[in-house]
Design a protein around this ligand. Structure first.
Ligand code: ADP
Length: 200
């Protein structure tokens, strides 16, 4: 069984992913892969350089994210162009890692995908698990974690799909408004219901 784990920014998705990792589930991490595919010397980084110029590469060969961010900020066409370069490579690597776990005999694989709904990756997974919190708690946890003002936190939250939309698309929801222990218990109940064991 392939489980898609998602949520909204600061809803507790990484917290739940850590609980799953601790239980021994193999995890395909979309964020990690999106960093991996633009490593110095990678074909994707080479394409980005061709499309956006030498200025987006730092002296040590790493992608200059701040510079690239400035270039695509408020420029839909450029943003789409960048996504067109990065997204296929990320998807391909995600599927490759998933297949690798399946080939090793994993009976359950977790695909940790922050923007699962925004990127319409529902077909990648069999079940969708959404980690949910109220907007107020999401905002205060985000402000605390990232040292943001209320306005900055609100702007980041509103750039994603509303929590309710994700909840409607979920096969199960973990309510992360309470203590970590309560979240863990809900997670365990869902895994049991789905008979999703971390077995090889
Ligand atoms: P996401 O991965 O969804 O962005 P995180 O897992 O990083 O969210 O959680 C956001 C912040 O809230 C982190 O600082 C985390 O430690 C904290 N947090 C998550 N769950 C809880 C909880 N149940 N109680 C208190 N703090 C929490």
């Amino acid at each position: 069984m392939i489980i898609g784990l998602t949520g909204s920014i600061a809803s507790g998705k990484s917290t739940v992913a850590a609980m799953l990792r601790e239980k021994g589930y193999p995890i395909v991490d979309a964020d990690e892969i999106s960093r991996l595919v633009v490593e110095p010397g990678s074909p994707v980084l080479c394409e980005i350089k061709k499309a956006f110029g030498d200025e987006v590469i730092m002296e040590d060969g790493q992608l200059n994210r701040a510079k690239l961010g400035d270039l695509i900020f408020n420029d839909i066409e450029k943003r789409q162009q960048l996504n067109g370069i990065i997204h296929p490579a990320v998807r391909k690597e995600m599927l490759r890692q998933k297949e690798e776990w399946v080939a090793k005999g994993a009976s359950t694989v977790i695909m940790d995908i922050p923007l699962l709904f925004e990127s319409r990756l529902q077909p990648f997974v069999d079940k969708i698990l959404v980690v949910s919190v109220t907007k107020d708690l999401q905002k205060s946890r985000l402000m605390a974690r990232n040292g943001l003002s209320e306005a900055e936190a609100e702007s980041r939250i509103s750039s994603q799909l509303p929590m309710e939309v994700k909840e409607r698309g979920a096969d199960a929801i973990v309510d992360n408004n309470g203590a970590l222990e309560a979240t863990k218990q809900q997670l365990e109940a869902v895994l049991e219901e789905w008979k999703a064991e971390p077995l090889f």
